[in-house]
Design a protein around this ligand. Structure first.
Ligand code: BES
Ligand code: MN
Ligand code: ZN
Length: 493
C-alpha cells in the first residue's frame, strides 16, 4: 500500500477511484465538499437532505460520482460537530477501510485532513490511519485451497502538508500494522502447523534477516540443566518438544538495561489431564497469542530500528494428556527453587511463565512485561475490550495504561494485593498452581508475582482481547499496538 500526503486543490476535478468526505450530524458541507457536490449535480446535498445519512461515527455511505472525474464518493460520519473522541476517530477509520474493501477502488483520496480529535495531534491521526489500512488488508489464506480475494486498494492520498513528522507517523503506522498482522497470522495458524518448533523457526528466520537481532533457542535438555521443572511439567504429555526462544535486539547503547517481553506460547491447550470440555476447544490454538504478540512487536521494533534494547522471550509448549503427562497432585520444583503442587493441569500458562520469568533475570532488565492468554476469569471480568494489567510498580502500570489509551489497544489495571496470595496455599508444596474459583485472573497474577520480585514487572492477561470468536473468529494481534506505543515512548520517539 502506498501512502502519500498532498495538499489537494481543485477537489472537483480530482481523478480518483474514490473521494472520501467526512460529514457531521449538522450536515454542513465544507468548501471542498461543496465543490464536489456541485460537480456531481448535487448528489451529496440531496442524500443528506433525504435524511438517509445520520453521520454518526462509523456511519459510511457510498455514492456514485457522476459528473466528477472520480469514480465514487464515500461519505463518512463524524458525529456531533466539533472534535471527535479518539475512540470515534478509530471507528471512522475502521469504517473507511471496511467500505473501501467492499469496492474495487485501487486509489482513494481522503479529504478532511482538518479533522479534529480530542487530545490527539495530526501525527496520531496519520499513524492510526496507516495502521488501520495495513490491518484491514490482512487475509488469512495459509490453509485454504483457494485463496480469498484480496482487497483492491493500492494507493491512499491524504489531503495534508507533507513533512518529516507526517512521514514518521505513516512509517510507524505501517510498521505497527505489519507487526499486528504478523501476530494475527501466527495466532490463526492451526496447532498442527504452529508448534513450538515452528515458533522457534519463525524467530530464527527473523534473526537471519536482521543483523541487530540475535536469536537462540533452548531445547528440553537445556531446560533440564537449568532445572525448569515447572515448564517441563507442562510439556511432559506432548510428543512435540518444548522450546524456549530468546530474541535479543540491540538497538540502544551497549550495557543499557533492556525491555524484556515474555510471551506465553502454548501452541495448543487441551487442559492436559484436567482436560477441557469439547466446546470451543479449537480456540485453544490461540493460546500462543502472547508469544505471537512478542514476535509481532519484535518485527515492528526491527522495522523502525528503535534506539533501545529489547529482549523477546517465548515459552513454547503444547499442553496435552498422555501416559507421561503431569497429573493433578504432582509436585514439581521450579527453576527458582520454589515447589508447586499441580492441582489443575489446565493452569499451565503460569507454569511455563514462572520458569521463563526466573530465566530472564539474567538480562538485568530495566522492565519485564509478560503477555499471556492466562485465564478465562479475565474474560469474565473485562470481556474483549481491555486486557487485564497487573504490576508490582505503579509507575510502570501507569506507563502501560497510557500506552493503551494512546494506541487504542487498552488495558485496565487489576489489584495485586497481598490479600489474594493466601488462596495459593498448599499442604504439600510452597504453593498450589490454582487459587480456587474466586478472583481467578488475580490469583494467576499473584502466582507470577512470586517469581518477579527482583525486577520491575507487569503482566498483561490478554485472554479476552487476543482473539475473536463466532463468525469473526480470528486473532486480533493485540496487544502489539499497546506494546509498540510503550516502546516508542521509551525510545523518546
Ligand atoms: N489458556 C487458558 C485460559 C483461557 C481460557 C483463555 C479461555 C481464553 C479463554 C488457561 O491455560 C486456562 O486453562 N486457565 C484456567 C485456569 C484454571 C484452571 C485455574 C481457566 O481459566 O479456566
Ligand atoms: Mn489451560
Ligand atoms: Zn492456557
Amino acid at each position: 500500500m502506498n501512502f502519500s500526503l498532498q495538499l489537494l486543490t481543485n477537489h472537483a476535478t480530482l481523478t480518483s477511484d474514490c473521494i472520501v468526505l467526512t460529514v457531521a450530524t449538522d450536515h454542513k458541507l465544507d468548501s471542498a465538499a461543496k465543490a464536489i457536490d456541485k460537480a456531481c449535480g448535487g448528489v451529496l446535498q440531496q442524500t443528506l437532505d433525504a435524511g438517509d445519512f445520520a453521520a454518526k461515527p462509523g456511519d459510511a455511505m457510498l455514492l456514485p460520482a457522476t459528473g466528477c472525474q472520480a469514480k465514487r464518493l464515500l461519505l463518512l460520519g463524524t458525529g456531533e460537530p466539533g472534535a471527535l473522541s479518539p475512540q470515534n476517530y478509530l471507528k471512522l477509520v475502521e469504517a473507511l477501510f471496511r467500505e473501501l474493501g467492499r469496492t474495487k477502488a485501487k486509489t482513494a483520496h481522503l479529504l478532511g485532513s482538518a479533522l479534529e480529535v480530542e487530545a490527539r495531534d495530526c501525527a496520531w491521526q496519520l499513524q492510526q490511519l496507516a495502521q488501520a489500512a495495513v490491518t484491514a488488508s490482512y487475509r488469512y489464506t495459509r490453509t485454504l485451497s483457494k485463496p480469498r480475494e484480496a482487497g483492491s486498494l493500492r494507493k491512499l492520498v491524504v489531503d495534508g502538508k507533507p513533512g518529516a513528522s507526517s512521514k514518521r507517523a505513516l512509517a510507524q503506522g505501517v510498521a505497527i500494522g505489519q507487526g499486528i498482522n504478523a501476530a494475527r497470522e501466527l495466532g490463526n495458524l492451526p496447532g498442527n502447523v504452529c508448534t513450538p518448533s515452528y515458533l522457534a523457526n519463525q524467530a530464527r528466520a527473523l534473526g537471519r534477516k536482521h543483523a541487530k537481532l540475535k536469536v537462540s533457542v533452548l531445547d528440553e535438555k537445556k531446560m533440564r540443566e537449568l532445572k525448569m521443572g515447572a515448564l517441563l511439567s507442562v510439556t511432559a504429555g506432548s510428543a512435540q518438544p518444548a522450546r524456549l526462544i530468546v530474541m535479543e535486539y540491540r538497538g540502544g547503547k551497549t550495557g543499557e538495561a533492556p525491555q524484556v517481553l515474555v510471551g506465553k506460547g502454548i501452541t495448543f491447550d487441551s487442559g492436559g489431564i484436567s482436560i477441557k470440555p469439547g466446546a470451543k476447544m479449537d480456540e485453544m490454538k490461540f493460546d500462543m497469542c502472547g508469544a505471537a504478540s512478542v514476535l509481532g512487536t519484535m518485527e515492528a521494533v526491527l522495522a523502525l530500528e528503535l534506539p533501545i534494547n529489547v529482549v523477546g522471550v517465548i515459552a513454547a509448549s503444547e499442553n496435552l494428556p498422555s501416559g507421561t503427562a503431569t497429573k493433578p497432585g504432582d509436585v514439581v520444583t521450579s527453576m527458582s527453587g520454589q515447589t508447586i503442587e499441580i492441582l489443575n493441569t489446565d493452569a499451565e500458562g503460569r507454569l511455563v511463565l514462572c520458569d521463563t520469568l526466573t530465566y530472564v533475570a539474567r538480562f538485568k532488565p530495566d522492565t519485564v512485561i509478560d503477555i499471556a492468554t492466562l485465564t478465562g476469569a479475565c474474560v469474565v471480568a473485562l470481556g474483549s475490550h481491555a486486557s487485564g494489567l497487573y504490576s508490582n510498580q505503579q509507575d510502570l502500570a501507569d506507563q502501560l495504561l497510557a500506552a493503551g489509551q494512546q494506541s487504542g489497544d487498552r488495558a485496565w489495571q487489576m489489584p495485586l494485593w497481598e490479600d489474594y496470595q493466601k488462596q495459593l496455599d498448599s499442604n504439600f508444596a510452597d504453593m498450589g498452581n490454582v487459587g480456587g474459583p474466586e478472583a481467578g485472573s488475580i490469583t494467576a497474577a499473584c502466582f507470577l508475582a512470586r517469581y518477579t520480585k527482583d525486577y520491575r514487572w507487569a503482566h498483561l492477561d490478554i485472554a479476552g482481547t487476543a482473539w475473536l470468536g463466532g463468525t469473526a473468529k480470528g486473532a486480533t494481534g493485540r496487544p502489539v499496538g499497546l506494546l509498540m506505543q510503550y516502546l516508542l515512548d521509551r525510545s523518546g520517539a
